[in-house]
Ligand binder design. Structure first.
Ligand code: ADP
Ligand code: 5GP
Length: 218
């Protein structure tokens, strides 16, 4: 009776480094169907267990600048100390038109650029339960040097001030609860009336005729 748009949802997820974005997004992808992560290009060095082409496409600054000139990016930003990150637009568009939801795990500047270009996107901010807990998680992750943790923490204070520009905030205290909230947000967004493409109630006279016949049979 109701046909909804086949187009997937564009979901932007931001939050301070260490707030749990990648943990939550990976769980979300396991939990839901038809949802993919966009893989960003970055000029930063590969770290820890990361895999090229899975976590990021690790490319040179020259290649990144060439890609900017060729309009390859839906958005890009210089997030940390001369390190570029960008979302390849082709992949996102193909996935959305195939009906897959796409998650962009990007910083606040990138989110602002997506907001200007794509009015259909939804914006979720992952908030740590406290700055103390954020610090503990970031230090315990052991993927950054002391200088990098300090830089990320400086940025975290700026990022948290931008929360009111997002549609939703999820406090990542209990992981299962935070995951359930993200799942619910996406489910709700898919029920929005502006996703209705066609509304067909059939032929009223036929149904009325059937009602009369049903009662006549009794
Ligand atoms: P981000 O992607 O935002 O930088 P991560 O997903 O890497 O953050 O999470 C940072 C660290 O905190 C990781 O070591 C992760 O295992 C841990 N973590 C994430 N969510 C929780 C949570 N709800 N409770 C405890 N630890 C968490
Ligand atoms: P990290 O180096 O810890 O993986 O990521 C650092 C920051 O860059 C995070 O806030 C992350 O969300 C952001 N980021 C990752 N990919 C992109 C991207 O394609 N565009 C933008 N604008 N930010 C990104």
């Amino acid at each position: 009776m109701i046909k909804t748009k086949n187009q997937g949802l564009l979901i932007v997820v931001s939050g301070p480094s260490g707030s749990g974005k990648s943990t939550l997004n990976q769980l979300l992808i396991k939990k839901r169907k038809n949802i993919v992560m966009s893989i960003s290009d970055t000029t930063r060095k590969i770290r820890g267990e990361e895999v090229d082409g899975v976590d990021y496409n690790f490319i040179s600054k020259e290649q990144f600048l060439e890609n900017i000139d060729n309009n390859k990016y839906l958005e890009y930003a210089n997030v940390y100390a001369d390190t570029y990150y960008g979302t390849p637009e082709d992949f996102v568009n193909k996935q959305l038109s195939n009906g897959n939801d796409v998650i962009l795990e990007i910083d606040i500047e990138g989110a602002r650029k997506v907001n200007e270009k794509r009015k259909d996107a939804i914006f979720i901010f992952i908030m740590p339960p406290s700055m103390q807990i954020l610090k503990n998680r970031l230090v315990a992750r052991k993927t950054e040097t002391k200088e990098q943790v300090i830089e990320r923490f400086e940025t975290a204070y700026k990022e948290i001030n931008e929360v009111s520009k997002y549609n939703y905030v999820v406090v990542n205290d209990d992981l299962d609860e935070a995951l359930a909230k993200m799942d619910a947000i996406i489910t709700c967004e898919k029920c929005r009336v502006d996703r209705i493409e066609e509304f067909d109630v059939g032929n009223k006279e036929e149904i009325m005729h059937e009602i009369l016949m049903d009662f006549d049979k009794k």
